[in-house]
Design a protein around this ligand. Structure first.
Ligand SMILES: [Zn+2]
Length: 413
């Protein structure tokens, strides 16, 4: 792919890289690798499944305070926030990593070192995303770099599973920023700049129920209705581009005690995803139609008006995209190249970045590179080799977006 970075962004980056202060910060980031890893191991040991991030948040807030961030506090949603104020005249930039993991309390998170790797559930996703910003702050301080715009650092809650990026969404609802950098994942060469939307829903078919023989013909069967709905959904055709998918992920009705009964209730759960918000909404509407048709057909089959369907949505994450040549994307590309990697664009994405993109805030998620670190498994590991480059990447992007006092303006118009 031939991808050209605009000359103004390339020049601004070159100008920063020519500054002794910036060189000092980049060198510091490398020297700071052990300290950063120590923070990572300490935080990783604090279990934090989604909706139970309090202990990790409390320690993370202390770390922000130890680094001298201002206005450090835990917001009403549980997000940890701290400010490194700018001198003025720049853009306000958010840098965040999520605090929750997919592992329930009781999972042993004791990190184990083996060669250049550290093994522990959650060590990368997203404890790494929490500590990269700490190293960025130390490097900026060590080099005495003053940004124009404010840098806001946030540890977010409720990213994983049915948290569905809730912490990020609520923080963005309460706060204004001009750009957003999410850090989630181990390596430096990937750029996530699009958002795959998704919805997770549950539909329950309700009936009267009764004896399998005695009530036969007198009541319709909600289980049949649910099965009719699933059969309809199974036949859906969806576009390959924008990538779109659907999955009935759960089907539940009846129990062993009622093995000779017409059930009173049957429930299905399903997950829909698309890179296009319009396609996602259309697909959701088709599913709602299929649920109603299934109800109607089961009712008509028996001539008994005894079935209804209700549904609820657990997650509704917007889809969206940004121009591949928007300044934040070009800047990320240019930085990754400078660090000696081949930049890799990802299409779609399910990260906290979705919520910023959904609000039309320039946003990228860094760290979603090609290294398979076994995220979300008990074998998850962090590869320490060259990990400091992730810190350098985040630092340079923050400087390009916020502007550096007396040197460069924000690349955001
Ligand atoms: Zn993550």
């Amino acid at each position: 792919m031939s991808y050209q970075v605009s000359s103004n962004i390339q020049e601004t980056l070159d100008k920063l890289l020519a500054l002794p202060q910036v060189q000092k910060a980049l060198e510091f980031a490398q020297q700071d690798a052990d300290q950063t890893l120590e923070n990572q191991i300490e935080l990783c040991k604090i279990e934090a499944p989604t909706f139970h991030e309090e202990k990790k948040a409390a320690r993370y807030a202390e770390m922000y305070k130890e680094l001298g961030l201002e206005n450090v506090h835990i917001d009403r949603h549980g997000n940890v926030e701290g400010l490194r104020p700018g001198k003025g005249g720049g853009k306000k930039v958010l840098m965040e990593g999520h605090m929750d993991t997919v592992f329930p309390i009781g999972t042993n998170p004791q990190p184990r070192k083996e060669g250049t790797r550290v093994y522990a559930p959650g060590i990368v996703d997203d404890t790494r995303g929490m500590v990269v910003p700490l190293s960025v702050i130390r490097a900026l301080d060590a080099a005495g770099i003053q940004t124009k715009g404010d840098l806001v650092f946030v540890g977010t809650v409720e990213e994983e599973g049915i948290g569905s990026f809730g912490g990020m969404l609520k923080w963005l609802d309460d706060n204004q920023v001009d750009a957003s950098i999410s850090i989630d994942g181990p390596s430096a060469e990937g750029i996530v700049y699009e958002a795959t939307g998704h919805m997770t829903c549950e539909a329950t078919f309700h009936g009267i129920g009764g004896h399998a023989h005695g009530a036969f013909g007198k009541v319709a069967n909600p289980l049949n209705a649910a099965a009719r709905a699933v059969a309809k959904i199974a036949e859906f055709q969806v576009p390959e581009d924008p990538k779109t998918s659907f999955c009935v992920s759960n089907f539940h009705a009846g129990n062993d005690a009622g093995i000779h009964a017409i059930v009173p209730e049957a429930t299905i759960k399903f997950n829909l995803r698309s890179d296009s918000q319009q396609v996602l909404e259309d697909l959701y509407q088709r599913i709602l139609n299929a649920l109603q048709e299934a109800c109607d057909e089961e009712t008509a089959r028996w001539g008994k008006d005894t079935i209804t369907v209700t549904h609820k949505r657990y997650c509704n994450v917007p889809a969206g995209t940004q121009d591949v040549h928007s300044p934040i994307v070009e800047a990320t590309y240019a930085i990754i190249e400078k660090l000696g990697y081949e930049p890799q664009f990802f299409h779609g994405g399910s990260t906290n970045c979705n919520m910023a993109i959904g609000k039309n805030i320039p946003a990228v998620c860094l760290g979603m590179g090609g290294v398979d670190c076994g995220a979300h498994t008990l074998q998850e590991f962090f590869e320490t080799t060259d990990a400091y480059k992730g810190v350098q990447q985040a630092l340079l992007l923050a400087l390009l977006l916020a502007g550096v006092d007396g040197v460069t303006d924000s690349i955001l118009a």
